[in-house]
Write a protein that binds this ligand. Structure first.
Ligand SMILES: [Ca+2]
Ligand SMILES: [Ca+2]
Ligand SMILES: [Ca+2]
Length: 158
């Protein structure tokens, strides 16, 4: 019962943050200085990146704790138990994780304990359901849902 009430409160807060937003177009959700699209279609990592680019967006870059918590809360409520691709890869240099497309090194991080483990060459980052949506590396050619992000015009990319 208490969990149910908590979920209702969280959903209410999420709906508030959506309602006050005048910047994001239909289907996109506002948080901070960005708009996010949670795409419930299975694509491999590169195809997911292409999909986001079609919207002048990119696979989400997670810059801080608050952005991470926003994304984790959302997929926890609405993710249907799926894993979600996000925008970092170490395909160029093993262990040299970068946010695409800007090649920005990872600052804040939220890897699940023991990850990234590069298990049989895992080079793409996901929010992993099994790991309570903390970060994990997985095989880029696997198909799964993903999250696009674009910065609100006039604001700095975060
Ligand atoms: Ca971001
Ligand atoms: Ca790797
Ligand atoms: Ca892994």
């Amino acid at each position: 019962m208490e969990v149910k009430i908590l979920l209702i409160v969280v959903q209410f807060l999420l709906s508030l943050s959506t309602e006050v937003d005048c910047e994001c177009s239909g289907g996109w959700i506002s948080h901070g200085s960005s708009c996010y699209l949670f795409v419930h279609q299975n694509r491999h990592w590169t195809a997911a990146e292409d999909y986001c680019r079609n919207f002048h967006a990119y696979l989400t870059n997670i810059g801080d704790y608050f952005e991470n918590q926003f994304l984790r809360t959302h997929v926890n409520l609405y993710g249907n138990g799926a894993d979600f691709w996000v925008g970092a890869t170490d395909a160029m240099v093993e262990g040299g994780w970068r946010w695409m497309p800007g090649f920005d090194p990872i600052g804040y991080d939220d890897w699940y304990p023991g990850q990234p483990n590069d298990d049989y060459n895992q080079d793409c980052m996901q929010l992993c359901h099994e790991f309570h949506y903390h970060w994990d590396d997985d095989h880029c050619e696997e198909s799964k849902p993903f999250i696009c992000e674009k910065s609100i015009p006039g604001e700095v990319i975060g």
